[in-house]
Ligand binder design. Structure first.
Ligand code: S3P
Length: 169
């Protein structure tokens, strides 16, 4: 089956969800988000899952989600949690687009948002800035390696990002 899915990967706060919603408006595709799927599967927030059951438990839910996506989803823009790119079967789900920005660019974007506090609060791995920067540095090249397409999103208007992605895929 040709799936025609687009998978948006990238660091926390880079704008995967926002870009997915903007892409939907400009295409005939649907959108789903892996963190949303996990939250509805578990009937609780990501923050709660991390706090009560820990990160390995959450990663296992991501694995389950990846397998479900591979078997069941097509014509969909899939926004993902920042660590979802590690799923072994990700290449079988669709075209992988890495939304790239510097760490400073991401922090700037979060700070600008009207609900900045909530954005920081709901992400357990963003709590400590030093640890988050380390994670960012570790992951940067890994995102590039797994991606089929890299789109630089820093300081770019959302319309332009959408245009670029639709032009590439
Ligand atoms: C994570 C990113 C989060 C969420 C979880 C873990 C990560 O998603 O999946 O807190 O490992 O980078 P966002 O990238 O949407 O913040």
């Amino acid at each position: 089956m040709k799936k025609n899915n687009i998978i948006l990967i990238g660091f926390m706060g880079v704008g995967k969800g926002t870009i997915a919603r903007a892409l939907v408006k400009e295409s005939s595709m649907f959108a789903i988000d892996t963190d949303d799927l996990i939250e509805s599967m578990e009937n609780r927030k990501i923050k709660k899952i991390f706090a009560s059951d820990g990160e390995p438990y959450f990663r296992n839910l991501e694995k389950k989600t990846a397998l479900w996506l591979e078997g069941n989803v097509k014509n969909t823009i899939i926004s993902t949690g920042g660590g979802f790119f590690k799923q072994e079967n990700i290449q079988n789900i669709g075209t992988i687009v890495y939304l790239k920005s510097s760490f400073e660019g991401i922090l700037k974007r979060i700070k600008k948002s009207p609900n900045a506090k909530n954005k920081l609060n709901k992400r357990p791995l963003l709590k400590n800035k030093k640890d988050a920067l380390k994670l960012f540095n570790d992951r940067n090249s890994q995102y590039e390696k797994v991606a089929n397409v890299v789109v630089d999103v820093e300081n770019k208007d959302i319309d332009l990002i959408v245009k670029e992605i639709l032009g590439i895929i």
